[in-house]
Design a protein around this ligand. Structure first.
Ligand code: A2P
Length: 343
């Protein structure tokens, strides 16, 4: 319906052009839209409509993962909306998915990728990431537990997993491969052994966790950085009582008022203006549209620097458990845990 109305008003082509001209180019030559729709925490029952709405609004980049447990529902939308004579042609759309921690054994990589493709109703992915550098016990239980409630780990070397990821490119199942939640040392470890270099690193990144060193590290090595939780993920199930609320930052609010934009738009603009891809999650049509409208204003150099000074190295996304009434990082003792290194 919306498509028909837009076509009638001659707006459809304009919107598509707007959304596709705002991209970065990966080391594979692919164009990756700087704003994508995040789908983590988008519940089954609401994500189908959210993705449909996003595509109608002009999004051309959808970020998914097997562990979000909603790829089959996203696939229902993609089946209806992607293809010749539909809202978007496949080649105009950038879809990412991620290999879960229980699937790091090389023989599990291709079946996992094929399962995501089957669920998403696609014949290839634009980008496939190793979700975390550390692995869980092999199998179909996403969070396998020991009798005492601790996670059952696995110690497969992520470089072995990477070799299997390369096989996916060779088979044409994915166009690019990359990493998520890896630190700088682990990235270099993969690059040293890689035949196909990682194209993207996806990590938590926002004004309170600016990731300047890691971004510089990646950009020097030709990796594009994608910021997850770019708005601070205020809809997380777990929250520290003392955590700062990013969307209420007064410095950001001042800039938002100056430009007649929302705080979310200022934070997203800051990312895309420094070449970082951002994947804000929303299931709300108005906020979703707002998050895409960040290409019609420019922050001054000083304003970019001001936002840079807000960094507190504050990580919102650390898998936690409670031990002796204290909340501690769940996986910190795993040898491949990424967040013990400085960056
Ligand atoms: P909703 O889905 O109801 O829009 P993040 O991308 O950092 O994970 O943040 C997602 C959270 O931010 C969700 O609670 C989402 O709610 C909310 N959100 C998304 N876009 C905006 C926006 N433009 N302004 C305020 N909150 C937003």
């Amino acid at each position: 319906m919306l498509r028909t109305m837009l076509k009638f008003a001659g707006l459809l082509d304009m919107r598509v052009k707007m959304s596709t001209s705002n991209y970065v180019v990966l080391n594979t030559g692919q164009k990756m839209p700087l704003i994508g729709l995040g789908t983590w925490k988008s519940a089954p029952g609401e994500v189908k409509e959210a993705v449909q709405n996003a595509l109608e609004t002009g999004y051309r980049h959808i970020d998914c993962a097997a562990v979000y447990n909603n790829e089959a529902e996203i696939g229902e939308t993609l089946k209806e909306t992607v293809g010749t004579d539909k809202i978007v042609r496949r080649e105009e759309l950038f879809v990412t998915s991620k290999l879960w921690n229980t699937k790091h054994h090389p023989e599990d990589v291709e079946p996992s990728c094929r399962k995501s493709l089957e669920d998403l109703k696609l014949t290839y992915l634009d980008l496939y990431l190793i979700h975390w550098p550390y692995a869980f016990q092999q199998g179909d239980v996403p969070f396998p537990k020991n009798p005492d409630g601790t996670v059952q780990y696995d110690y497969t070397d992520y470089k072995e997993t990477w070799k299997a990821m390369e096989g996916l490119v060779e088979k044409g199942l994915v166009k690019a491969i990359g990493l998520s939640n890896f630190n700088s040392r682990q990235i270099d470890d993969v690059i040293a052994k890689a035949t196909i270099k990682p194209a993207v690193l996806q990590v938590e990144c926002h004004p309170y966790f600016a990731q300047n060193e890691l971004i510089a590290h990646c950009q020097k090595r030709g990796l594009v950085v994608t910021a997850y939780s770019p708005l601070g993920s205020s809809d997380r199930m777990w929250k520290a009582p003392d955590e700062p609320i990013l969307l209420e930052d007064t410095n950001i609010k001042t800039l938002a008022d100056k430009y007649g934009k929302s705080p979310a738009q200022v934070m997203l603009r800051w990312q895309v203006q420094r070449g970082v891809v951002a994947i804000p999650k929303s299931v709300n049509p108005a906020r979703m549209a707002q998050n895409l409208q960040v290409f019609d204003f420019t922050l001054t150099e000083d304003e970019m620097k001001t936002i840079g000074t807000l960094n507190r190295n504050w990580r919102y996304i650390v898998p936690k458990i409670v031990v002796d009434n204290k909340s501690v990082a769940r996986d910190a003792l795993h040898p491949h845990y990424p967040f013990n290194d400085p960056y």
